[in-house]
Design a protein around this ligand. Sequence first.
Ligand code: HEC
Length: 106
Amino acid sequence: MNTKLLMVLSGMAAISISGQVSADAASDYTTNCNSCHNVAIAPALQAPGVGDKAAWAPRIAKGMDALYHTALNGSSVNPVMMPRGGSSLGDDALKAVVDYMVSQSK
Ligand code: HEC
């Protein structure tokens, strides 16, 4: 990973940490997850971009529980996906955001 990418990532982590609990999954997504999961940057991070059906298909095939598990605990293969995406969202709010991301990507 090069220095420039690291600088971009640390900037995004600072943004995502400021996330707060809300009943609105779409706005929770925008606040906490879009910095990495928007289709413009996601491929560079090896993250699935929201709306990128091809990127999500193999992940959706694992089942929602597997996706919730990664969202809650972070990725075991890619540390860029931190527990809760670096946010302070509660379990239910976080799962609602995952549902939203999947609904936009299939
Ligand atoms: C700092 C960048 C970053 C942020 C912020 C981030 N993600 Fe991710 N996310 C990733 C990366 C990279 C992956 C790919 C991980 C992998 O392949 O295991 C990923 C993967 C995922 C997956 C797929 C997991 C799977 O098992 O295939 C879900 C679901 C997900 N993120 C949800 C979220 C949610 C919800 C948020 C916001 C609360 C969020 N992410 C915020 C980088 C991020």
